[in-house]
Ligand binder design. Structure first.
Ligand SMILES: C[C@H](C[C@H]1O[C@@H](n2cnc3c(N)ncnc32)[C@H](O)[C@@H]1O)NC(=O)c1cc(-c2ccc(F)cc2)cc(O)c1O
Ligand SMILES: [Mg+2]
Length: 214
């Protein structure tokens, strides 16, 4: 059976990246996906916005919805302080296992926990099963229709504290209109829009930052 695109990305990283060097893994994925096969990584242009927001948040506990092959997990984890950690949720088992291997090549397995499952099922378990009390940073990059209900779920479960920062990918394309409407009209969130482009394309896209005001 021929390999999947995600397997070919792993092959490229395994062959070309410098083991233990997150930057070289990111460059390898960006080169492969801009020159050979497009893939839905946040990419290098929106990745700079992600970097800046992670540095602003300086999180101890970071959370990600939608690991895919682990590109943004590596982007986030490479910036975390020594005792900080990233929990990333992915429901596709093939993607989760490829992400695990790519994260291992980047040398970041100690800082990243990949949780296999649906975000809506995992979120309520984070306190008991993963010792999460509050989350300092959340990157939303999973099914765009899940952004809004999962944000509500995070709030209802009490994981957000004053200053918790949410960052959402794909606000314009594919788009998350219900999330944008909800978050911008919610009195407890202070929102900022960051216009950019769809990964590896000239298509308009944007990211939305929402700071929880408690
Ligand atoms: C949704 C995907 C990202 C991953 O999320 C996992 N996932 C899903 N729902 C859940 C859950 N409820 N819990 C846990 N994991 C979950 C999945 O399995 C994918 O691996 N991302 C996208 O679809 C995506 C698509 C595009 C895109 C843009 C232009 C086009 F012409 C076509 C596609 C761009 C992007 O930047 C994306 O991010
Ligand atoms: Mg995305």
């Amino acid at each position: 059976m021929d390999q999947s695109k995600e397997q070919r990305i792993l092959n490229s990283v395994s062959y070309n990246a410098v083991k233990g060097d997150p930057e070289s893994v990111l460059d390898c994925i960006d080169n492969y996906c801009s020159q050979k096969e497009w893939a839905m990584n946040v990419g290098d242009e929106k990745g700079v916005i992600l970097d800046k927001v992670v540095e602003e948040a300086d999180p101890t506990i970071a959370l990600e919805f939608g690991t895919y092959v682990g590109y943004s997990a590596i982007r986030i984890a490479r910036l975390l302080k020594p005792n900080a950690r990233l929990l990333t949720i992915e429901f596709n088992p093939e993607f989760a296992s490829i992400a695990r291997e790519i994260i291992e090549i980047a040398g970041l397995s100690e800082k990243i926990t990949i949780i296999e499952g649906h975000s809506q099922d995992i979120i309520p378990q984070l306190r008991e099963k993963y010792q999460v009390d509050k989350v300092d940073f959340v990157f939303l990059d999973h099914w765009k229709e899940r952004y809004c209900p999962d944000t509500i779920l995070l709030e209802e479960c009490g994981y957000l504290k004053k200053g918790s920062i949410l960052l959402a990918d794909n606000i314009v394309y594919p788009g998350a209109p219900d999330f944008v409407k909800y978050i911008r009209s919610h009195k407890s969130f202070d929102c900022t829009n960051y216009p950019s482009h769809l990964e590896y394309m000239k298509v308009e896209d944007a990211m939305e930052k929402a700071v929880y005001m408690g």
